[in-house]
Design a protein around this ligand. Structure first.
Ligand code: HEC
Length: 118
């Protein structure tokens, strides 16, 4: 009985509407820790301080309106090509997706996770 409840909870978080086709935010959160993104970035008070706090990063593109087609596009660029746009006041030392060896599914899942941070 307890097992059935657990499976249901995992199923719900992995299949939130509109997200299953564009990346899995739960897996993205897991990969964020495994890859070590949190060594440089804080989310909700936990993590490093080398890069910007990402607690509300999905809201950031709003202050850069017009530069990217969507928050998704901005976040994907931030991971694939961090040097393309540097957040003011920060060094350009974030490793690119290629340097980190990230796959396309990894990037999709990370973006899906970051889009939940508002
Ligand atoms: C070695 C430290 C370091 C690591 C590791 C790192 N970052 Fe960064 N990150 C930075 C720095 C510094 C910036 C600010 C400069 C820039 O815009 O590239 C940044 C910027 C960002 C931004 C833009 C933030 C904003 O406020 O607009 C996002 C999103 C981001 N990183 C996501 C990630 C993800 C996801 C990972 C793991 C795949 C990661 N970072 C790994 C240092 C790091």
């Amino acid at each position: 009985m307890r097992k059935a409840v657990l499976v249901l909870a995992v199923g719900v978080s992995a299949c939130a509407p509109g997200q299953s086709d564009r990346g899995n935010p739960a897996r993205g959160e897991q990969r964020f820790g495994e890859i070590g993104c949190n060594g440089c970035h804080t989310v909700a008070g936990v993590g490093g301080m080398v890069g910007p706090d990402l607690t509300r990063v999905a809201s950031v593109p709003l202050r850069e309106q017009g530069r990217w087609s969507s928050p998704r596009a901005y976040l994907e660029e931030s991971i694939r090509a961090p040097q393309a746009y540097l957040v003011p006041g920060y060094p350009g030392d974030m490793p690119s997706a290629a340097q980190l060896g990230l796959s396309d599914p990894d990037i999709g899942d990370l973006v899906a996770y970051l889009l939940t941070l508002r």
